[in-house]
Design a protein around this ligand. Structure first.
Ligand code: PGA
Length: 251
């Protein structure tokens, strides 16, 4: 089954209001008519509404970088699925390693967020990936397997098909060190085997798995050429329309 390439830009805690407007306009001008690749941008919360207006009517979809699982109430600092939907958000990144490392995200909170997102009609981008220490000590498979199983606990096959998985080796994020195409493809195949165990081979073959971690125009082509790499979750290189476009259309 052909899986359409999906490139998402994770702007992280970058761009003030004016910068987000300028960047999203540049991206719409450069990539707004793209049909052969799915594209999303994930600005900080404060810029979602403005970027939503700019990408409206173009091929660029809007994503958020996190969400809280509760519907509303006394959760200072948190944002709900319905709040995101009300400003035109379609995708939400869940379980990014920075959330796991700095803000106490666990497999359980990832699972709660995935369930809440799916229940409200948002499409999760679920991040998994090992640290360098875990890779070196041979724990990579068990860590990734635990993260994938944790994220999908209690999720139906139909809902799993609405999710994208992002394989982001922690040692490659923002470091300039990229997984080799072979390392990425091996990890993606392994993730697909876990998805097959949880659901079915059919779901495993249909679910899209993005690679993330220092993906740039000059390494995107080789990564995206791999059989099991179905796109990218892009941090640093998503902050300029030209480099983001260079990943969507690598030469
Ligand atoms: P990077 O970030 O492209 O800057 O390595 C990727 C990510 O963390 O999603």
């Amino acid at each position: 089954m052909a899986r359409k390439i999906f490139i998402a830009g994770n702007w992280k805690m970058n761009t003030n209001f004016e910068e987000a407007i300028a960047l999203s306009k540049d991206i719409v001008n450069t990539l707004g008519n793209t049909t052969d690749v799915d594209i999303a941008v994930c600005p900080p919360y404060t810029n979602l509404q403005a970027v939503s207006e700019i990408v409206k009517g173009s091929a660029i979809k809007l994503g958020a970088q996190d969400v809280h699982w509760e519907k509303s109430g006394a959760y200072t600092g948190k944002v709900s699925c319905d709040m995101l939907k009300s400003v035109g958000v379609q995708y939400v990144i869940i379980g990014h390693s920075e959330q796991r490392t700095y803000f106490g995200e666990t497999d359980e909170t990832v699972n709660k967020k995935v369930k809440a997102a799916l229940a409200s009609g948002l499409l999760p981008i679920i991040c998994v990936g090992e640290t360098l220490e875990e890779r070196k000590s041979g724990k990579m498979d068990s860590v990734i397997s635990r993260q994938v199983k944790g994220a999908f606990e209690g999720i139906s096959s139909d809902d799993a098909l609405k999710c994208t998985i992002a394989y982001e080796p922690v040692w490659a994020i923002g470091t300039g060190e990229t997984a080799t195409p072979q390392q990425a493809n091996d990890a993606h195949k392994f993730i697909r085997s876990i998805v097959s165990q949880i659901f079915s081979e059919e779901v495993a073959q249909a679910v899209r798995i993005q690679y993330g971690g220092s993906m740039k125009p000059d390494n995107a082509k080789a990564l995206l050429a791999q059989s099991d790499v179905d796109g990218g979750l892009i941090g640093g290189a998503a902050l300029k329309a030209s480099s983001f476009a260079g990943i969507v259309n690598p030469v």
